[in-house]
Design a protein around this ligand. Structure first.
Ligand code: PGA
Length: 252
């Protein structure tokens, strides 16, 4: 059985005081909820403060991005070691906003994945198709290309440190959630891909989150699907009274 994993991606939202308040609320409201992993991914300037706010709780912290180089003259960038140093356990890599807004390629994502793994930071690697790609019937191919490109050179042993997130781009922040069936189809494809590229042990162990307009009203039916092991949540992670019910649904 894969342990459900709910991660909140705060993106470029909140200020310092509200980040601390939200992290404190999530930490206290999840006390006693068992059988689920929970991560918060605040803007990097608030990592230190959020780390203090969740300290002693079951909530772990992740970053939204990193750079692949270990140190040096890379203005504006953060290394895996720096993220670990401020208490991060994980890092979101290859989010569609970074792929499509910032222009990150599979190769960029791949370098980051390898650097995170080498440093001991657990990557949450995102894949997902655009609406036009879904409509053109190329979802499977897009996912396969992103998987192979983003995970090139990752060993079977390293793969078990990774969480995958399927985030159809047309469902992110749009209120248009993928149906549980649409999501499950891609999750199953990802599972088969891991079986093919690695082995069945890896395929069965790696958790695959769904992301895209997840909220309390649709989480339970998504999480009921056999290959949906958690959620990566944007908008609904910005309010404890929307985020915590999804955590509860995953724990049930
Ligand atoms: P959303 O974002 O929940 O606001 O759709 C999900 C994500 O981008 O991770």
């Amino acid at each position: 059985m894969r342990r459900p994993y709910i991660a909140g991606n705060w993106k470029m939202n909140l200020d310092r005081a509200s980040a601390i308040a939200l992290a404190t609320e999530v930490a206290s409201q999840t006390t006693g909820i068992e059988g689920v992993d929970v991560a918060l991914c605040p803007p990097s300037v608030y990592l230190d403060a959020v780390g203090s706010a969740i300290s002693g709780s079951q909530v772990v912290m992740g970053a939204q991005n990193m750079y692949h180089q270990p140190e040096g003259a890379f203005t504006g960038e953060l290394s895996a070691a720096m993220l670990l140093d401020v208490g991060c356990r994980c890092v979101i890599l290859g989010h569609s906003e970074r792929r499509h807004e910032i222009g990150e390629s599979n190769e960029d994502v791949n370098k980051k994945v390898l650097a995170a793994l080498a440093a001991g930071l657990e990557p949450i690697v995102c894949v997902g198709e655009l609406l036009a790609e879904r409509e053109a019937g190329t979802t499977g191919e897009v996912i396969r290309n992103q998987f192979d490109g983003s995970l090139a050179g990752v060993t079977a042993e390293q793969m078990s440190q990774i969480t995958l997130a399927y985030e159809p781009v047309w469902a992110i922040g749009t209120g248009k959630v993928a149906s549980p069936e649409q999501a499950e189809e891609v999750h199953l494809d990802l599972r088969k891909l891991m079986e093919d590229r690695y082995n069945s042990e890896v395929a069965q162990a790696v958790r695959i989150q769904y992301g895209g307009s997840v909220k309390p009203s649709n989480a339970a039916e998504l999480l009921a699907k056999p290959n949906i092991d958690g959620c990566l949540i944007g908008g609904a992670s910005l309010k404890a009274d929307l985020f915590v019910p999804v955590i509860r649904a995953a724990a049930e």
